[in-house]
Design a protein. Structure first.
Length: 287
């Protein structure tokens, strides 16, 4: 595992992908810090982090697009499968290498509150708790991007799909306000989710029968529950989108509250998509 981790980390450093990722994050953070904190004489470092977080929508797809898609395209994934380690160890090593790249700009940003402290009062607890949430948000998005990369052999497709998913995640709370709270609208939303899950299953296991069966079973279950008690669906999709809005979870930290549920949520997203990536690679291995 250590050898794969070092190989991946070296590729990000030597290939300039890691440097470009860290450079863009630090550049944007520096601009906001100068404008809001130094020129605006505003001592709260944590307020700039939600604004900086939008760079993840563009930087994370660039960082994750080659993580597994390149291995598939060049057929070097066959060499990985022959290594004396489990697929989960390989995926975890790749993931930790990308998280290490993310940790570099976050570590540099830890100096920013110390710099601001020389000009005024800084609430270090709030600042560093918000920075922790910023790091966990990036780690969760990296896990999602890595999973998307495991579904295709094309880096371009992985980058484009990841970008679309990141934009959708960022706009979740806004979309929740646009979707009607009626039970019928929520039923349509759950049916769409069932179809999407079926499509993901199709990409992972290449079985149209199983993917269609999954979509049909999920759709039938939603319809049966709806017929039994339509009131359960009222406002369900807007509530679901609001609760799954990763970017909005930073708001509690910005207001000075350490939100343990947000920490658990980020860690759960990371664990889920790392697990899905492992399963995707396992299916490819046996196919």
């Amino acid at each position: 595992m250590t050898a794969v981790y070092k190989r991946e980390l070296r590729s990000y450093i030597n290939g300039m992908t890691g440097a470009i990722f860290a450079g863009f994050v630090l550049l944007l953070a520096g601009i906001y810090m100068v404008v809001y904190n130094l020129m605006g004489l505003y001592p709260y470092f944590e307020v700039i982090l939600p604004n900086v977080a939008f760079i993840y929508m563009f930087a994370v797809p660039v960082l994750t697009m080659r993580s597994i898609a390149e291995e598939k395209h060049s057929r070097t994934d066959q060499l990985l499968y022959s290594l004396p380690m489990s697929v989960s160890s390989i995926v975890l090593a790749k993931y930790l290498a990308m998280v290490t790249v993310l940790a570099v700009p976050c570590a540099v940003m830890c100096l920013y509150p110390l710099i601001l402290a020389s000009f005024g009062t800084v609430y270090f607890t709030t600042a560093y708790a918000s920075l922790l949430a910023f790091f966990l948000l990036g780690s969760a998005l990296i896990a999602i991007g890595m999973f998307i990369s495991s579904l295709t052999e094309s880096q371009v497709i992985a980058a484009v799909v990841s970008l679309a998913v990141m934009v959708f995640i960022n706009l979740m709370s806004g979309l929740a306000n646009l979707i009607p709270a009626t039970s019928g609208a929520s039923l349509a939303g759950f049916i769409a989710i069932a179809v999407i899950i079926g499509m993901i299953v199709q990409v992972m296991i290449k079985s149209a029968v199983i993917s269609v069966s999954v979509s049909v079973v999920l759709t039938a279950g939603c319809v049966l529950v709806y017929l039994g008690n339509p009131a359960l669906f009222e406002g369900a999709i807007p509530s679901l989108l609001s609760s799954m809005a990763l970017f909005d979870r930073m708001g509690a930290f910005q207001s000075g509250m350490f939100d343990m549920t947000a920490i658990i949520f980020y860690l759960s997203v990371i664990a889920l998509f790392v697990y899905l990536t492992v399963q995707s690679m396992e299916k490819k291995r046996w196919n």
